[in-house]
Design a protein. Structure first.
Length: 82
């Protein structure tokens, strides 16, 4: 499912923007302007569902991450370095 980013600290605005550029998320919401109504609207927004490639990009990213093996690769790299 495509993300609806809500960055609020540290590097989260960068990451949220990166998700948008990758086409796996909508534009980030502002935490200072967030209301329940705005969040529900963003999730239900028909443009989110209809945006060309958004769902496909999100599914593709999910598959690529799953194929990487997650933390297993990190553990192997760390063990190999020590």
């Amino acid at each position: 499912m495509p993300a609806v980013p809500l960055p609020f600290t540290a590097d989260q605005p960068f990451s949220a923007g990166h998700l948008t550029v990758l086409g796996t998320a909508t534009a980030p919401l502002s935490v200072t302007k967030l209301t329940e109504k705005r969040l529900v609207k963003a999730i239900r927004d028909p443009r989110r569902r209809a945006r060309p490639g958004l769902w496909e990009n999100a599914v593709g990213a999910t598959r690529r991450v799953a194929a990487e093996g997650g933390a297993v690769g990190v553990v192997r790299a760390v063990r190999g370095a020590v």
